[in-house]
Design a protein around this ligand. Sequence first.
Ligand code: CMP
Length: 140
Amino acid sequence: MAIERTLSIIKPDATRRNLTGRINAKFEDAGLRIVAQKRIHLSKAQAGQFYAVHAERPFYDELCTFMASEPVVVQVLEGEGAIAKNREVMGATNPANADDGTIRKEFALSVGENSVHGSDAPETAATEIAFFFSGLELVG
Ligand code: CMP
């Protein structure tokens, strides 16, 4: 399988509860390498731009308000099949449907406050990585 990179966000519900290290350990234990990482506080407009694909969804405003409520940790994960592997480690979007051992099963509070975001496909990964990081910041 090819080496891929994917964009991951540790969301405000998780940074607030000091879970960054425990979530990063889940990624690393799964063989994913954190090749870029920074803690930032998004404005609501920036969150809206990042999640523009969901602009028509009923939860869009709630999602943007939440993502701008407290700092997030944005990161690039690298590894074999990193996009699918990250989604496996995260678990289902709704923690009620997430498998045992996944980040969302262990840490997420609800479908909205679900602790992590991960890119869903190679094209989205490229766009989402470029949204937060310059090439100079990616150290493989
Ligand atoms: P994420 O993987 O970051 O992509 C879009 C996000 O929208 C998703 O995780 C959820 O946090 C959020 N989301 C999806 N469905 C709902 C919902 N029904 N109510 C609130 N937020 C939602």
